[in-house]
Write a protein that binds this ligand. Structure first.
Ligand SMILES: Nc1ncnc2c1ncn2[C@@H]1O[C@H](COP(=O)(O)OP(=O)(O)OP(=O)(O)O)[C@@H](O)[C@H]1O
Length: 235
């Protein structure tokens, strides 16, 4: 499996620097990205998935440029958005899971999609309208769709937002069990406990990078002392 590398990679919009120049080699099995609202986490997630190009520097996995080579990106990196409704585009579950596989040029995409649903005990979802699923079920459908594409990496942007405690626990268990390397974005340090590595983003730069216990303790201490003027709402 290839490392995701950022080499002096930065991102700006209309003269505003959203991510400062970052140089990182991501290779651990479970990596967390923590930071306040507006610190640049979602922008970093989109860079890591090749959905946006860095305005400076490069983002590669095993040497492939993730933005320039979409086919390589689809094979190597999957992303799960915070809101499943930003991800789902088809009316039925079967069509939704099949789509990514067809895009990858997989033969027998439909059979593979059926197998993916069955692998999660959801074979009966095949013809089910997506609109009839609950929010938690839609998250699971997105996870099934992304995993069906067998990426090496899974980028999760706040995957538990809006989910109740039992659903969060169940999704956690599913994620713990997957073979893929995971980068999980969260503003909640509790979601990243026990990860191999945590990177704390602050104003688009790395504030701390290291073992989860150390970085999360520093992050928690800083957040407890933060005043309103430090929030993204003040900007
Ligand atoms: N396309 C854009 N145009 C202008 N500003 C942007 C754009 N994308 C992001 N930003 C700004 O960049 C900052 C970082 O945004 P980003 O969504 O990456 O942060 P985040 O850490 O994921 O925040 P949250 O936790 O609130 O989701 C925010 O202040 C946001 O308003």
């Amino acid at each position: 499996m290839g490392e995701i590398r950022l080499e002096e990679a930065g991102y700006g919009v209309a003269g505003r620097e959203i991510l400062q120049l970052l140089t990182l080699a991501l290779g651990e099995r479970r990596i967390g990205i923590v930071g306040r609202n507006g610190s640049g986490k979602s922008t970093l997630a989109r860079l890591l998935a090749g959905l946006i190009a860095p305005t400076q520097g490069a983002v590669t996995v095993a040497g492939d440029d993730l933005f320039a080579d979409r086919k390589a990106a689809l094979a190597r990196v999957g992303i799960l958005f915070q809101n499943p409704d930003h991800q789902i585009i088809f009316p039925t579950c079967g069509e939704e899971v099949s789509f990514g596989l067809a895009q990858q040029g997989r033969r027998e995409a439909e059979a593979a999609a059926r197998a993916a649903l069955e692998g999660f005990g959801k074979g009966h979802w095949w013809a089910r309208p997506v609109g009839s699923l609950s929010g938690g079920q839609r998250h699971l459908l997105c996870l099934i769709s992304v995993l069906a594409m067998e990426p090496e990496w899974l980028i999760l942007d706040e995957p538990f937002a809006g989910l109740d405690i039992p659903t969060t626990r169940a999704l956690h268990r599913r994620l713990d069990a997957i073979a893929q390397r995971v980068v999980m974005i969260s503003h909640d340090p509790a979601a990243l406990e026990g990860f191999d590595r945590v990177i704390w983003l602050e104003r688009g730069a790395v504030e701390a990078d290291g073992p989860a216990s150390v970085v999360l303790a520093r992050f928690r201490a800083a957040m407890e002392g933060a005043g309103d003027d430090l929030t993204d709402l003040a900007g």
